[in-house]
Ligand binder design. Structure first.
Ligand code: NAG
Ligand code: NAG
Ligand code: NAG
Ligand code: NAG
Ligand code: NAG
Ligand code: NAG
Ligand code: NAG
Ligand code: NAG
Ligand code: NAG
Ligand code: NAG
Ligand code: NAG
Ligand code: NAG
Length: 792
C-alpha cells in the first residue's frame, strides 16, 4: 500500500465502473471463471479455531458481519472495528515486511533481499520471530508481509528488495520461515502481493487524456510459469499456515488481482487449499459482490462503512446485497470465519496488547478526527519493543553481505593505518530517518541507504552509518581515517588527502542505489554517478574496496579494474548497517552471503524489461511474460550467456570443498508420475510435499579460518519435459558453519513437487520419465558433483 497512490486511486474509483471488468479476451491470455468461492473448513490444524470462529459468526448481526470484512479509519494502516458486545477488540493491521513502519522505538530489520542473500534458514526464522514480537508489542495483529510478489522477474522491479529472490525455491523457503517465525510470536502474517505484481509502473488504473480509464497492466503468464515460478512460494506460504494473502493491484490475464476468480477461488482456495482470508491491497478492491464471489474476503483500507463519507464496495453495500438477494449470507459468513480462524488459532483474543497510541499519532492515512468507531488507546504510549534485536540485525546484516571479488587477500583488513572512505553512502543520514515520504522522495544525495522507500520501509530509531563504525574500529588500531563523502569531489579531486590516495593502505568506496514502491528503477547502475567515484579512486589507490547498499542488481563496470581489489554487495541491511559491514571488512565475521540473483556484465544482457507504454489506450498495458520460465539465471543458463557473478555465488575468507554425492529413494513404494488423488490440505495435494529422494554430500573447510558456506543442489530435468524448461533449478541449500579442517555431511530432501514440472494438459505436477540429473556445488555455475537418478 502507499498513501499517495491510495489517494490517486480513490479518484479513479469515483469515476470507474462498479462491475467486474470483462474484456473481450481477443488474443490476450485470460483467466477462466471459477465459481462458487470455496468455503473454508478449518482443514489442517485449524479445526478448533474454526469452530470458535463459527460460533462467533453466529452471534453477529448482518451489519456487524459487514464491519468484520471492511476496513475503517482507525489507529493502524488497516483496521477492523471492535465489537465490545462480544469482547472483540478489532484488528490492527500494520506495514510492513521489514519493520513495523508506523511506530516509534521499533527496530528496522534487513530487507527481504538481504535475508535471502544470507541463505540462512535460522536467521530468516529469527528475523520473523523478532518482527512478530515487535508487532505484537505494539498491538498489531497482522504483519503486512512477507513478500513473494514481486518475485523479481525484472531486475529493474522497484519492490524486488521487499521480497527475496527471483528463484521461487529460495523465496519459498524464506516465506515459510518468515511466516512461521512471525506466527510463532502470535501475530498473523500476510503473504503478498498475489499475483504477478512484477512491476510498479502502471500497477493501478490511470485516467487518460479523454478521461477514459487506462487499465492497470495485465501480467499475462502462461500456466507453467504461473505454477513453477510465481505461485510456487505462495503455495509454500499456505503450507506454512499463513493467516492471510494480499491480492495485488495489477491484472493477471486481464482480470484484476482482487477479483480474479481463477487465481483466488481456483488456485489459492481450491488447488492450494487456503483456509485463511484474502485481503485487498490498499485500494485494490474495484467491485463489491463480483470481487466477493471471485474470492476476496476483506476490503482494505475499506471506507467509513455506515456514514458513506468514503465509498466502499463492501460495508453497507454488503448488507444491501444480502438483503436484496444478490449475495448469499453464507459466503459472508465464510469470509468472517476465514478472518477469525487465524485470530483464534493464534489466541489473539486472549490478552493481546492494545494498539500503542503513538502508532495512532503517526497515522497520516487516518487522522483521529476521521474515526467513526472507538478504538482503545488507553495502553502505554511510546512502548520500546526493540529488546536486544539489534544483535540479530547486526548478524543478519553481515550474513547478507556477498563478497564478489577479493584479490591479493585485500580482505579482511589487517590493521590498516591509513584509511580512505569515499562516497555518499558512507555517512549519516541528512534528510530524516524515514523513507516513506508522500512525494516518493528519499533519494537523498548524502547519507547511507539502510532500507528502501514506501510502505515496505521502516522508521529508523537510529542508524549506524558505515563511516561511524569504521572510525570506531580504526581508533582501536590508532589508524587515521580520511573521507570524501561528496561524490562529485571524490570522482574529480583527491588532492586534499594527506597522506595522498596513492599512499593509503585501503580506500573504501561506499555506493548506494535507491528503490521504492510505486517506481521501477530506470537503471541498474549505482546512483549518484558512483561508478565515476570508483574509477577516480581506483585510478589513484591500488587497494580500492567497493561496497554497495542497494535494493538489488547493480551492474559493476569497474569489476575488472586491477586496483579494485574487493567488491561487496551489502544490500539493505537495516539499522546496524555500519557495524554489519565493519564486522566483515575486519574479518570478525567471515562473509558467507550468496547472490540471490545474477549480476550480468551489462544491463542489456537482462531480459524481461519493465513495460512502459507511451500514449496507451485503455487496454494497452499488456505485460506478456514471453520469457515464461526463463528469468534470471534460468535465462542466462538456457541461452549459454556468460555473466559477471552468477546466482548462488559468493566468496569467503576460507576455502571449502564438496566430496561425494549419493542419492537414495525415500518414498514408500513405487512412485507414480502424477500424485495420487488425495484430499487437499493447506499447501495443496499433501503427496506433493512427501520426500521422495535424499541427496547427500560432504562439505569441508579446507582453509585456515572458521567460516560458513552454502552447498547448493540443482536439478536438471530429462529431455522428456516440454521445451523451454530451465537447464538447472535450485532444489536444495544448507548453510553450514565449519572450523578449519572440519567437515559436515549435508542432506537435501527432495519432495515430489521438487522433481515435478507442471503438466498443463493434466493440470497436475508430473514426475517426468527418464533420468533426473542432480548437481551439487557452491553456485549455479560452480558445480562440483553430478549424478543421475530415475525416480519412476
Ligand atoms: C488474433 O490474431 C490473429 C492473427 O494471429 C488476427 O488475425 C486476429 O484479428 C486477432 N484477433 C483479435 C481479437 O485481436
Ligand atoms: C502481448 O501479447 C498480445 C497477444 O499476443 C499482443 O497482441 C500484444 O501486442 C502484446 N503486447 C506487448 C506489449 O508485447
Ligand atoms: C493465463 O493465460 C494463459 C494463456 O492463455 C494460460 O496458460 C494460464 O493458465 C492463464 N492463467 C490464469 C491464472 O488464468
Ligand atoms: C475530464 O474531466 C474533468 C473533470 O471532470 C473536466 O474538467 C475535463 O473537461 C474533462 N476532459 C475531457 C477531455 O473530457
Ligand atoms: C457502494 O459502493 C459504491 C462504490 O464504492 C459507493 O459509491 C457507495 O457509496 C456504496 N454504498 C454504500 C451504501 O456504502
Ligand atoms: C443489490 O445490492 C447491490 C449492492 O448495493 C447492488 O449492487 C445490486 O445492484 C442490488 N441488486 C438488486 C437486484 O437490487
Ligand atoms: C479508555 O479511556 C477513555 C477516556 O478516558 C474511556 O472513555 C474508555 O472507556 C477507556 N477504555 C477503553 C477500553 O477504551
Ligand atoms: C561537492 O563537490 C563539488 C565539486 O568539488 C562542489 O562543487 C559541491 O559544492 C560540493 N557539494 C557540497 C554539498 O559540498
Ligand atoms: C587520480 O587519477 C586521475 C586519473 O584517473 C588523475 O587525473 C588525478 O589527478 C589523480 N588524482 C590524484 C589526487 O592523484
Ligand atoms: C517510463 O516512461 C516515463 C515517461 O517516459 C519515464 O518517466 C519513466 O522513468 C519510465 N519508467 C521506467 C521504469 O523506465
Ligand atoms: C593503481 O593505483 C596506482 C596508485 O597506487 C596507480 O599508480 C596506478 O596507475 C593504478 N592503476 C590503474 C590501472 O589505474
Ligand atoms: C557491454 O556493453 C558494451 C557496450 O554497450 C560492450 O562494449 C561490451 O562488450 C559489453 N560487455 C559484455 C561483456 O558483453
Amino acid at each position: 500500500m502507499f498513501f499517495a497512490s491510495y489517494q490517486v486511486l480513490c479518484l479513479t474509483l469515483l469515476v470507474s465502473r462498479s462491475v467486474a471488468q470483462s474484456w473481450d479476451s481477443g488474443n490476450y491470455s485470460f483467466s477462466p471463471p471459477v465459481y462458487p468461492s470455496p468455503h473454508a473448513t478449518g482443514a489442517g490444524d485449524w479445526k478448533a479455531a474454526f469452530a470458535r470462529a463459527d460460533s462467533f459468526v453466529s452471534q453477529l448481526t448482518l451489519e456487524e458481519k459487514a464491519e468484520m470484512v471492511t476496513g475503517t479509519p482507525g489507529p493502524c494502516v488497516g483496521n477492523i472495528p471492535p465489537i465490545p458486545r462480544l469482547g472483540f477488540n478489532g484488528l490492527c493491521i500494520q506495514d510492513g515486511p521489514l519493520a513495523i513502519r508506523q511506530a516509534d522505538y521499533a527496530s528496522v530489520f534487513p530487507a527481504g533481499i538481504a535475508a535471502a542473500a544470507s541463505w540462512d534458514r535460522d536467521l530468516i526464522r529469527q528475523r520473523g520471530v523478532q518482527m512478530g514480537e515487535e508487532f505484537r508489542g505494539k498491538g498489531a495483529h497482522v504483519v503486512l508481509g512477507p513478500v513473494a510478489g514481486p518475485l523479481g522477474r525484472s531486475a529493474l522491479g522497484g519492490r524486488n528488495w521487499e521480497g527475496f529472490s527471483p528463484d521461487p525455491y529460495l523465496t519459498g523457503v524464506a516465506m515459510e520461515h518468515t511466516i512461521k517465525g512471525i506466527q510463532s510470536a502470535g501475530v498473523q502474517a500476510c503473504a503478498k502481493h498475489y499475483i504477478g505484481n512484477e512491476q510498479e509502473t502502471q500497477r493501478v488504473p490511470s485516467v487518460g487524456a479523454d478521461n477514459s480509464t487506462i487499465e492497470a497492466y495485465s501480467s499475462n503468464i502462461d500456466d507453467r510459469a504461473f505454477h513453477e515460478l510465481y505461485s510456487w512460494p505462495f503455495a509454500d506460504s499456505v503450507r506454512a499456515g499463513v493467516a492471510s494473502v494480499m491480492c495485488s493491484y495489477n491484472r493477471l490475464n486481464q482480470s484484476y488481482g482482487c477479483q480474479n476468480s481463477k487465481t483466488l477461488n481456483g488456485v489459492l482456495k481450491t488447488e492450494f487449499g487456503f483456509q485463511g482470508y484474502v485481503m485487498s491491497d490498499w485500494g485494490a478492491t474495484l467491485s463489491g459482490v463480483p470481487a466477493i464471489e471471485a474470492g476476496l474476503d476483506m476490503n482494505m483500507p475499506g471506507g467509513i462503512a455506515f456514514t458513506s463519507a468514503t465509498p466502499s464496495y463492501f460495508g453497507a453495500n454488503i448488507t444491501i446485497a444480502v438483503q436484496n438477494g444478490t449475495l448469499s449470507e453464507s459466503r459472508v459468513d465464510d469470509m468472517i470465519r476465514r478472518v477469525l480462524t487465524p485470530y483464534f488459532y493464534l489466541n489473539q483474543d486472549k490478552g493481546y496488547p492494545t494498539v500503542d497510541p503513538s502508532s495512532a499519532g503517526l497515522n497520516a492515512l487516518f487522522p483521529q478526527s476521521n474515526w467513526v468507531y472507538h478504538f482503545d488507546l488507553n495502553g502505554t504510549t511510546n512502548r520500546d519493543v526493540r529488546d536486544d534485536h539489534a544483535a540479530l540485525i547486526r548478524e543478519l546484516g553481515s550474513a547478507a553481505v556477498v563478497l564478489l571479488k577479493n584479490t591479493n587477500n585485500a580482505l579482511p583488513l589487517k590493521k590498516p593505518q591509513h584509511i580512505g572512505v569515499f562516497g555518499n553512502d558512507a555517512g549519516d543520514l541528512t534528510n530524516s530517518l524515514y523513507f516513506f515520504i508522500g512525494n516518493f522522495g528519499g533519494q537523498y544525495e548524502y547519507g547511507t541507504q539502510p532500507v528502501g522507500g514506501g510502505s515496505g520501509t521502516g522508521r529508523l530509531s537510529y542508524v549506524v552509518p558505515p563511516l561511524d563504525a569504521i572510525k570506531a574500529r580504526a581508533r582501536k588500531d590508532g589508524a587515521l581515517v580520511q573521507y570524501i563523502l561528496n561524490n562529485t569531489m571524490a570522482s574529480t579531486d583527491l588532492t586534499t588527502l594527506w597522506p595522498p590516495a596513492q599512499e593509503l593502505d585501503v580506500c573504501l568506496v561506499f555506493l548506494k542505489t535507491w528503490a521504492t514502491e510505486n517506481f521501477d528503477r530506470s537503471s541498474l547502475e549505482v546512483d549518484w554517478d558512483g561508478n565515476a567515484v570508483v574509477e577516480n579512486v581506483a585510478n589513484n589507490c591500488s587497494n580500492t574496496v567497493v561496497i554497495s547498499h542497494s535494493g538489488g542488481v547493480n551492474t559493476l563496470p569497474f569489476a575488472s579494474h586491477s586496483n579494485v581489489t574487493a567488491i561487496l554487495a551489502a544490500h539493505y541491511p537495516g539499522e546496524e548497517s555500519g557495524n554489519s559491514i565493519v564486522d566483515i571488512l575486519y574479518g570478525d565475521v567471515n562473509p558467507s552471503g550468496k547472490l540471490p540473483y545474477t549480476i550480468a556484465y551489462n544491463e542489456s544482457d537482462y531480459n524481461a524489461p519493465i513495460l512502459n507504454v507511451t500514449n496507451p489506450g485503455p487496454n494497452d498495458w499488456q505485460l506478456n511474460y514471453t520469457e515464461s520460465l526463463l528469468i534470471d539465471y534460468r535465462y542466462f543458463d538456457y541461452n549459454n550467456k556468460s555473466v559477471l557473478y552468477e546466482f548462488g555465488y559468493g566468496l569467503s575468507y576460507t576455502n571449502f570443498s564438496l566430496s561425494g554425492l549419493a542419492v537414495k529413494k525415500v518414498s514408500s513404494g513405487d512412485l507414480t508420475a502424477l500424485p495420487p488423488p488425495v484430499k487437499v490440505v493447506p499447501g495443496g495435494n499433501p503427496s506433493l510435499w512427501e520426500p521422495v529422494l535424499k541427496v547427500s554430500t560432504k562439505v569441508s573447510n579446507t582453509g585456515a579460518v572458521k567460516g560458513a558456506t552454502v552447498p547448493q543442489l540443482y536439478l536438471t530435468f530429462p529431455a522428456t519435459v516440454p521445451s523451454g524448461t530451465p537447464l538447472r533449478q535450485l532444489r536444495g541449500f544448507e548453510k553450514v558453519n565449519l572450523s578449519p579442517g572440519e567437515s559436515s555431511s549435508v542432506q537435501f530432501l527432495l519432495t515430489r513437487r521438487d522433481i515435478s514440472y507442471w503438466d498443463v494438459e493434466a493440470q497436475q505436477w508430473r514426475i517426468p520419465e527418464g533420468g533426473l540429473t542432480l548437481s551439487v556445488g557452491f553456485s549455479s555455475r560452480d558445480i562440483k558433483h553430478t549424478t543421475t537418478v530415475r525416480a519412476l
